[in-house]
Design a protein around this ligand. Structure first.
Ligand code: MN
Length: 140
């Protein structure tokens, strides 16, 4: 089954790469380019999972996850930080801030979708790439 995934990321190249990889596995992807737009998109799109950059203009990822977890309609949607922070201890700070998990940048195209899907229920994971040019949303 496909999932609805929201990508919140201010870097266009990173955003495009995540959209492409998730779409290649048949997931429906929505995106936003800062935290405030991400919170608005989450309320509108009701995604199954949210991928969130930390450093963004207008509203950063920490502020955005705080708003999302305070919203009873969205509090149970997993929010995964996608960030280049590499210092020891950042992972604990990220989880203590309300994020449900953490994926490190740079994104590894070979493993990214599996990393994301680990945070989805079994039934919402897709094991195979689908044709992005054929218009089919079903696994090949
Ligand atoms: Mn950023």
């Amino acid at each position: 089954m496909n999932s609805r995934i929201l990508v919140v990321e201010d870097n266009p190249a990173n955003r495009s790469l995540m959209e492409y990889l998730l779409g290649a596995y048949g997931h429906q992807v929505a995106s936003a380019n800062d935290g405030a737009a991400g919170v608005a998109a989450a309320r509108r799109e009701r995604p199954d999972l949210i991928l969130m950059d930390l450093q963004m203009p207008t509203m950063n990822g920490f502020e955005a996850v705080h708003e999302l977890k305070a919203d009873v309609a969205l509090a149970r949607v997993p929010v995964i930080a996608v960030t280049a922070f590499a210092m020891v201890g950042d992972r604990d700070e990220i989880l203590a801030s309300g994020f449900d998990g953490y994926i490190a940048k740079p994104i590894a195209p070979e493993t990214f979708v599996a990393q994301v899907q680990a945070f989805l229920p079994q039934a919402k994971r897709n094991r195979q790439r689908v044709s992005v040019s054929g218009g089919s949303a079903e696994p090949a």
